[in-house]
Write a protein that binds this ligand. Structure first.
Ligand code: NAD
Length: 473
């Protein structure tokens, strides 16, 4: 892509922040648990105080997003992550006892978790608060300094959050920067001790290439086409309602939104009726503020293009709401698609919008086979009350995470790791695993003054022979 490089002055500014943070890390490489908890406390207080302004900024960036949605999906989730992490981090930070074999006793072993140093975080626009705060919480809990690059596609939020960070932390603790893609490119090339990127699979590849020169380890939180498999036994009304809630939250602009639904062929008609009922129940009017706008004209055109392409290639479109789409307000009416085939763009690319292709299947093995024939998704949703069907799906497929009998909720479980697999990402964060992601897991063996090692050291004589004989038994 032809893009101008970031101005030298901007790159210099990023380097200066990084050097300041690295120097601060060297001065205090192992902050106490109390210090880390206090940092999280400050963050929680700041987010709570700024919540209305943040919701307002995000709504302005999108064109419209209900403040209720921001409070639930971003503010609440961020505060929960802080609470959970603050409660557990002292225990996570403690050296952990590890066993040693008979031959190494009476020495003993501990696993130390040490702050890596300076962590970089790159944030997308779709949940700009939670996807900045979530990784930040893990990185601070693990005792690091943090630089955050906010998305140019959510500029009002970016200004608001950069100010919140500047008011809450010293620049050598946490710094948030704004700026265009050229700044993002320069950012991911900084010699961080770890880099967490959330965004598309395409950009994820570039980020990993950028980080490779410094051998900076990366956690990549990417996207993909997350399927929902509805089994024969599950009440179709409930399945449709839950799938459509996941599809319409943030107007489908959610990394873990169900992308398409696999529905038993003889239930597709009932699913469509229930889906329309669900959507009209959630949003009596699409014009009202509860229904989120598509965040940019480019994405609106992309989604409208999927519909045109699918219709041209023979798909049937089922508007799920009587009101038409409103391009000026970028409100795209939720629409289901049937008779889709794999040549359609809507079945090839991550949808990231309120369009739901429905793929009929006969036997559960066919549905599992359909999922396995495509790249490993970020999330998978299984709807069944039959344990053996759920187990068949869980054991027979692979995805970043799973919610059974609903959508998206595994992400909000602070005690579960979150992250994709293959093209949907690498590495995990949240909770304990997030703490580990930003820690050096350092093995430490403590030798005792008195130990048996001398018996095995040269010169090798009969004593060695007898002992090694025992050891090799
Ligand atoms: P994106 O990949 O276009 O951009 C993400 C960020 O990367 C932006 O902040 C941007 O500044 C930066 N960026 C862009 N080009 C870059 C480059 N060449 N080098 C370095 N940085 C660059 O993604 P988006 O449109 O903001 O978000 C949508 C995508 O993110 C979807 O694919 C979605 O599934 C995915 N996503 C994943 C998760 C997750 O947790 N796994 C969460 C939200 C979104």
């Amino acid at each position: 892509m032809n893009r101008s490089a970031a101005p030298a002055g901007d790159v210099e500014r990023l380097r200066t922040i990084l050097e300041g943070q690295r120097a601060a890390y060297r001065r205090d490489p192992m902050p106490t648990a109390a210090h880390r908890r206090a940092q999280l406390g400050r963050l929680a207080t700041a987010i709570k105080a700024a919540a209305p302004a943040i919701a307002h900024a995000i709504s302005a960036d999108f064109g419209n997003r209900a403040p209720q949605e921001t409070l639930l999906a971003e503010v609440f989730t961020s505060l929960e992550a802080i609470r959970y992490t603050a409660r557990h981090l002292a225990r996570w930070a403690k050296p952990e006892r590890r066993p040693v074999s008979l031959w190494h006793r009476p020495g003993y072993a501990r696993l130390h978790r040490q702050p890596l140093g300076v962590v970089g975080i790159v944030v997308p626009w779709n949940y700009p608060l939670y996807l900045a705060a979530g990784p930040l919480v893990s990185a601070l809990a693990a005792g690091n300094r943090v630089m955050i690059k906010l998305s140019e596609a959510a500029p009002r939020f970016g200004e608001e959050f950069a100010q919140l960070i500047a008011d809450t932390f010293a620049a050598d603790e946490v710094a948030a920067v704004t700026g265009g893609v050229e700044i993002a490119e320069a950012f991911v090339r900084l010699p961080f001790d770890h880099l967490l990127f959330t965004g598309s699979t395409r950009v994820g590849r570039e980020v990993m290439r950028g980080a490779a020169d410094n051998l900076t380890p990366v956690t990549l939180e990417l996207g993909g086409k997350s399927p929902a498999i509805v089994c024969h036994d599950f009440p179709i009304e409930l399945a449709a309602r839950r799938v459509l809630y996941g599809k319409c939250a943030n107007a489908g602009q959610t990394c873990v939104a169900p992308d398409y639904a696999l529905v038993p062929a003889d239930r597709v008609g009932a699913f469509l009726v229930a889906a329309a009922r669900a959507v009209q129940g959630f949003f009596p009017s699409l014009r009202a503020s509860a229904y989120t706008s598509i965040a940019s004209d480019r994405h609106y055109a992309r989604l409208a293009g999927y519909l045109e392409d699918a219709a041209r290639l023979g798909a049937r479109l089922h508007p799920l709401h009587p009101e038409p789409s409103d391009p000026a307000a970028r409100k795209l009416a939720p629409t289901a698609l049937t008779d889709v085939d794999l040549g359609m763009r809507v079945m090839q690319e991550e949808i990231f919008g309120p369009l739901l292709p429905i793929v009929p299947y006969e036997r559960l093995a066919d549905a599992i086979g359909f999922v396995n024939a495509r790249p490993r998704p970020l999330a998978l949703y299984a709807f069944s009350d039959d344990r053996s069907s759920v187990d068949r799906i869980l054991h027979g497929t692979m995805s970043g995470g799973v919610t059974v009998n609903d959508t998206m909720l595994h992400v909000a479980q602070d005690a579960l790791p979150f992250g994709g697999v293959g093209p949907s990402g690498m590495g995990v964060y949240h909770g304990r695993e997030g703490f580990d992601a930003f820690s050096k897991l350092r093995g430490v063996y403590y030798q005792r003054r008195l130990n048996g090692l001398a018996l095995l050291q040269p010169p090798y004589g009969t004593r060695f022979g007898r002992l090694i004989g025992l050891m090799l038994r």
